[in-house]
Design a protein around this ligand. Structure first.
Ligand code: PLP
Length: 284
């Protein structure tokens, strides 16, 4: 695999970053994951805008223009022959040459790394035809989940708790309501209404979420943006998650209780279909 590191395209085993990099020492950095379908990027503009927002919230500047970032994404897609998959982009506050809690001087170059994941068959996933199972866990993350930081230890532990419980993922719960999945936004469907938590600093503002809610509105589906409980999810007609890497993925079990029929529901299936079609058409 050819990867990008600070201006260079190199084979992955030749890519080097300093041990003093603040991403490595302090999780001081942000990331984006953009999916690729038919060799083209899905919602690149949304990801570039959210990257800029994450950086700004942490007093970092865009390391280059969105157009230059787009060119790097495209170059990696071409160099690695990606038809379906993802591109991971990470920007950290650079490597000031020692460890210090205070931020380094502003002219310290940011570290920019990108690499590809080749995932043939990503869109035609058999998992989407079965649906996934989730457990609930307490949400003990920090209070700025709207910033897409590389501080992913708790979501990673959540994923392990799910694995140990024999399921696919965990939904995090705070003050009695679901915030989001370990790496996705969470939804239920009740009596034809799609319910998902409203945007705030409590959750990541999913790029897939924004697109799916737009398509739902265009298809005259009813959407309510509010918190919901695990009990509501267990008694819902349907549940699903969204993210750049799973698109729209049905959820058929929550904490051991079957949701709806236990099979992917019509709303989730329809939204997945619309999302994939519209996204392919708009891909760049
Ligand atoms: N919520 C969390 C915590 C995430 O990590 C992610 C994606 O990684 C999402 C939601 C979904 O965001 P997007 O649709 O932009 O991939």
């Amino acid at each position: 695999r050819i990867v990008y590191v600070n201006g260079d395209y190199v084979p992955e085993d030749e890519a080097k970053v300093s041990i003093f990099d603040r991403g490595f020492l302090m999780a001081d950095g942000v990331y984006e994951v953009t999916s690729v379908l038919g060799g083209k990027l899905i919602d690149f503009d949304g990801h570039a805008k959210r990257l800029e927002r994450s950086l700004t919230e942490l007093d970092m500047a865009m390391p280059m223009s969105a157009d230059d970032l787009l060119a790097i994404h495209r170059e990696l897609v071409a160099k690695n022959g990606i038809d379906e998959g993802m591109i991971y982009l990470q920007v950290t506050r650079g490597a000031p040459g020692d460890r210090d809690f205070a931020f380094p001087p502003e002219d310290t170059p940011l570290t920019v790394v990108l690499f590809t994941h080749n995932k043939p068959g990503l869109a035609d996933s058999p998992v989407a035809k079965q649906g996934i199972k989730v457990i609930s866990i307490e949400d003990i993350r920090w209070g700025r989940r709207d910033i897409k930081t590389v501080q992913l230890l708790y979501p990673s532990m959540g994923k392990m708790m799910a694995k140990k419980a024999g399921v696919d993922d965990a939904w995090m719960v705070e003050d009695g309501a679901v915030t989001e999945g370990t790496s996705n936004n969470a939804y239920i469907v009740k009596n034809g209404t799609i319910i998902t938590r409203q945007l705030s600093t409590d959750i990541l503002h999913g790029i897939t979420r924004a697109a799916v809610l737009r398509f739902a509105a265009e298809a005259q589906m009813k959407v309510e943006e509010r918190p919901f409980t695990i009990e509501e999810a267990q008694n819902a007609d349907e549940a699903f998650i969204t993210s750049a890497s799973t698109f729209v993925m049905p959820v058929v079990e929550v904490d051991g209780a079957t949701v709806g029929t236990g099979r992917p529901g019509p709303v989730a299936a329809r939204l997945r279909e619309i999302y994939l079609e519209e996204s392919r058409n708009a891909a760049i």
